[in-house]
Design a protein around this ligand. Structure first.
Ligand SMILES: [Zn+2]
Length: 240
């Protein structure tokens, strides 16, 4: 899509404020409940995937190796922006560098959800992103959902690749791995992770029966323009 359109969109997003310290109890509960939902709905199988929320000075992220339905609020790990975590906490998810890099690169990101959702992962194994086969790709702020080049899980290289693939958009795939979605809130990031999987599912189905027609840049620019008012009921003034 046109870079100017991307900039306008990003520019409209207010910088996400970190959660105040007193709110972290609720934040911890929310992370666990969305993690349980992610697992029980099958969005990310088993213990796979991880979730984080920006907090003052860093982020709160799910721990490694603990099933979501067994996770307690104290199991979540606070990692500071310098990459350090206070002693006495659980070991954070191996994806912590990726999450932290996204918060540092994008001031508007308040939460990150990483999944190994079925169809997004299948596409990532072909090392292909999701092009503008459907206009709803624009919901992620551009004319495609890119796939980050492969790097081993947990590495700083993967974190760098993900930041680049995400760019100003709200989701990307990770080659031979899965998907990442960002949001101002955890709910938004989670819903985007589910929406990426829905698009990936539609795209893989289309690929299975033929060669999908990809919308032009011009067509997607029109959608992106129209999305500026998409779903904003309050802006529609009723005539009296
Ligand atoms: Zn993963």
């Amino acid at each position: 899509m046109r870079r100017t359109a991307v900039r306008r969109r990003v520019g409209r997003v207010l910088q996400k404020r970190a959660e105040p310290a007193g709110a972290t109890t609720n934040v911890r509960g929310d992370i666990i409940s969305f993690g349980q939902r992610m697992s029980s709905s099958g969005l990310s199988p088993g213990k796979s995937g991880n979730l984080s929320v920006r907090v003052d000075g860093g982020m709160l992220i799910t721990p490694t190796g603990i099933a979501y339905h067994e996770m307690r609020p104290t199991d979540l790990v606070e990692v500071r922006f310098d990459g350090r975590a206070a002693a006495g906490q659980r070991v954070p998810s191996s994806a912590w560098r990726l999450h932290l890099a996204l918060y540092k690169a994008r001031a508007d990101v308040g939460a990150v959800v990483h999944t190994h959702s079925l169809n997004a992962t299948a596409l990532s194994c072909l090392r292909r992103g999701i092009p503008a086969f459907h206009y709803m790709v624009a919901e992620f702020g551009g004319d495609r959902i890119a796939c980050a080049p492969y790097a081993i899980y947990g590495s700083a290289e993967l974190a760098r690749n993900a930041v680049k693939a995400l760019g100003p958009r709200e989701a990307c795939l990770l080659a031979n791995h899965g998907a990442v979605a960002a949001g101002e809130t955890l709910r938004q990031a989670y819903e985007r992770a589910a929406a990426v999987e829905a698009l990936a599912s539609q795209y893989t189905r289309a690929l299975a029966i033929g060669r999908p027609k990809i919308l032009s840049r011009r067509a997607m620019a029109q959608v992106l323009e129209k999305f500026k008012t998409y779903g904003k009921q309050a802006e529609v003034k009723a005539k009296s």
